[in-house]
Ligand binder design. Structure first.
Ligand code: A5P
Length: 227
């Protein structure tokens, strides 16, 4: 099985958790794309749902597939949000998210969800966050150099995310700084410290938010719940 097959399998299983009448949060990334494809197929077979997307990319896919999109003006609570992750801490299901650049909307949608279900292949499971990838931190463009200095003051090795030599700009009009901390002993504490820095809009640390992770490997899909 290729990594793509695993993503399709886990996307399909996640779509089967969605029930008629639900408000569904649509994640972002290649695994979430597989879930959205499966949800579109279920909707074509009669499932009735409304969806709140976490990025313009996922919104476009959903719209093209005929899913109904709504927003927080009419729906303040989401029944289930299904999204990918860059790292999943095996015991607590704390997460690193945002390598796809959508972390602010992802966290907003996740925070409004009764259930956050994470879908991934087993390469994303870790014992300690920060070991596979840096922590993406979304910051305001104004004063970004100062904010980066302050992130360094918290022990981060920093790199402004760039595309084609220019700063990458999120759907919210902000920048992303990749922050390397090495393995993180206390994600909740680090998240709080980073969020206190003026200019930090949000971090890619999702602490105690996920209620279930569906993790695929060549043997099938395993279910993890937080310890
Ligand atoms: C998007 O901003 C991210 O949080 C994604 O959910 C994460 O990067 C996982 O993406 P893949 O499913 O493409 O690995």
């Amino acid at each position: 099985m290729t990594r793509e097959d695993l993503k399709r399998e886990v996307g399909e299983q996640a779509a089967s958790l969605v029930e008629d009448g639900m408000v569904v949060g649509l994640g972002t990334g290649s695994t979430a794309t597989c879930f959205i494809d499966s949800l579109i197929r279920r909707a074509r077979s009669g499932l009735s749902v409304v969806c709140i997307p976490t990025s313009e990319r996922s919104a476009a896919q959903a719209r093209q597939g005929g899913l109904t999109l709504v927003d927080f003006s009419t729906h303040k609570t989401i029944d289930i949000c299904i999204d990918g992750a860059d790292e999943i801490k095996r015991d607590s299901l704390d997460l690193v998210k945002g390598l796809g650049g959508a972390l602010l909307r992802e966290k907003l949608v996740a925070s409004a969800a009764k259930q956050l279900v994470i879908i991934a292949d087993s390469a994303k499971l870790v014992d300690w966050l920060g070991t596979l990838c840096p922590i993406p931190v979304e910051i305001t463009p104004f004063g970004w150099q100062l904010t980066v200095e302050r992130l360094r003051g918290q022990g981060a090795e920093t790199k402004l995310r760039q595309v084609g030599g220019e700063a990458f700009v999120t759907d919210g009009g902000n920048y992303i700084v990749e922050c390397g901390f090495g393995s993180i002993a206390n994600p909740g504490d680090l998240n709080q410290r980073l969020r206190q820095i003026v200019g930090v809009v949000e971090t890619g640390l999702f602490v105690r938010m996920a209620s279930l992770a569906l993790v695929a490997d060549e043997h099938g899909v395993a279910r993890y719940t937080p310890a």
